[in-house]
Design a protein around this ligand. Structure first.
Ligand SMILES: [Mg+2]
Length: 360
């Protein structure tokens, strides 16, 4: 199965996350971009992946199409470890965390989609087989910065069936508002996005939120690769710590784990090297007795591939889903129902992206 083309396609859709008043916080998004990676082969099979792009999809696509794609033409799509290792080595001097590794992550996911399609098996079967028909989702709320909006949207998430709610708020009145808007048995995850400059600031924050029923504190301090600082927070704060979405390589994860920095490892499949990187991090985390709850607040093949990973995991683990309504989603069937997402059983990723959502 030889590769004949590798192309990137940006899907842009309007995006409504329940913030009608406009910018209330510092992250007011109205549209969401997804970088789809398409790999075509001489068998006629086509695979789909996703490289992290967020608001910079064109940059990841540039790395993909100008450097990665020419190196893939004529290569055997079936030997994923050999091809991916060769590409990571060849392009390592363009950065081990950023557009190049995001592009390679998207390629890897597409190769796993192709592997499943060639075998006539769903991706989860290649990962050991699914242990459940549906995976619980957790609602990942964007930052509103206004207590009334946080309260309203947290309550809406629970009304839609979500049993876990994550906030990206840093102001205590906003976090307290989420607690007011949700039943006490709904755990709150608090994603700080590296806001605090010092360990002491993070510890003071942890003291303030401890009574609110916190499942974990995510990325408490800047910079995200300061494993020792995160470990210092974890050692003293008395709440579980989650981190890892900003790791570019499995070696980055090894440093976090060796430092004792995390209770919850959060590899992002569109950044860490696709399915191959995700599996390597899962093995590493298992060796440290650390839970893996992937980072995946996106809507394309990366979300779908993460769903297959979670379907095959021994421990039931929630899927991160942005709490937002899209005008045109690449995979409408991934929208949670009653807080659950059904696991597809078709070959590969089990779904094809809606061609209406991106430019060919
Ligand atoms: Mg995060």
């Amino acid at each position: 199965m030889r590769i004949t083309a590798v192309t990137g396609h940006v899907a842009t859709t309007q995006f409504d996350y329940g913030n009608p008043a406009g910018p209330g916080g510092n992250l007011h998004l109205q549209a969401m971009d997804t970088l789809l990676v398409r790999v075509e082969t001489d068998t006629g099979l086509t695979g789909w992946g996703e490289g992290f792009g967020f608001t910079l999809c064109a940059t990841t696509r540039d790395a993909l199409e100008r450097l990665v794609a020419p190196a893939c033409i004529g290569q055997d799509a079936r030997d994923i470890p050999a091809l991916m290792t060769a590409l990571h080595r060849r392009f390592h001097n363009f950065g081990r965390n950023g557009a190049m590794t995001f592009a390679l992550s998207g390629l890897d996911i597409a190769l796993w989609d192709l592997a499943g399609k060639a075998a006539g098996l769903p991706l989860h079967a290649l990962l050991g087989g699914r242990r459940r028909d549906a995976v619980p989702a957790y609602a990942s709320l964007l930052r509103y910065g206004v207590p009334a909006l946080v309260r309203e949207n947290a309550a809406r998430a629970v009304a839609r069936g979500y049993r876990h709610v994550k906030l990206h708020e840093v102001e205590l009145p906003c976090i307290a508002a989420a607690r007011e808007g949700t039943p006490r048995d709904i755990p709150l995850m608090l994603d700080i996005n590296c806001r605090w400059d010092t360990v002491d600031q993070a510890l003071a924050f942890a003291d303030a939120v401890r009574p609110l029923g916190v499942r974990w504190i995510e990325e408490p301090v800047w910079p995200p690769e300061d494993a020792d600082a995160i470990a210092a927070v974890r050692a003293r704060c008395g709440l579980p710590i989650a981190a890892g979405e900003n790791c570019g390589t499995v070696e980055d994860f090894r440093r976090l784990l060796d430092a004792g920095a995390v209770d919850v490892a959060q590899p992002s499949i569109t950044k860490i090297g696709g399915v191959t990187g995700m599996r390597a991090v899962q093995a590493l985390a298992a060796g440290h007795g650390v839970a893996v709850v992937p980072h995946c607040p996106y809507f394309g093949p990366g979300l779908l591939a993460t769903l297959h990973v979670l379907a095959a995991m021994e421990q039931e683990t929630p899927l991160e889903v942005y709490f937002a309504d899209l005008a045109r989603a690449p995979f409408p069937a991934l929208d949670p129902r009653g807080g659950m997402v059904a696991v597809p059983d078709g070959p590969g990723l089990g779904m094809e992206p809606d061609p209406a959502c991106f430019a060919a």
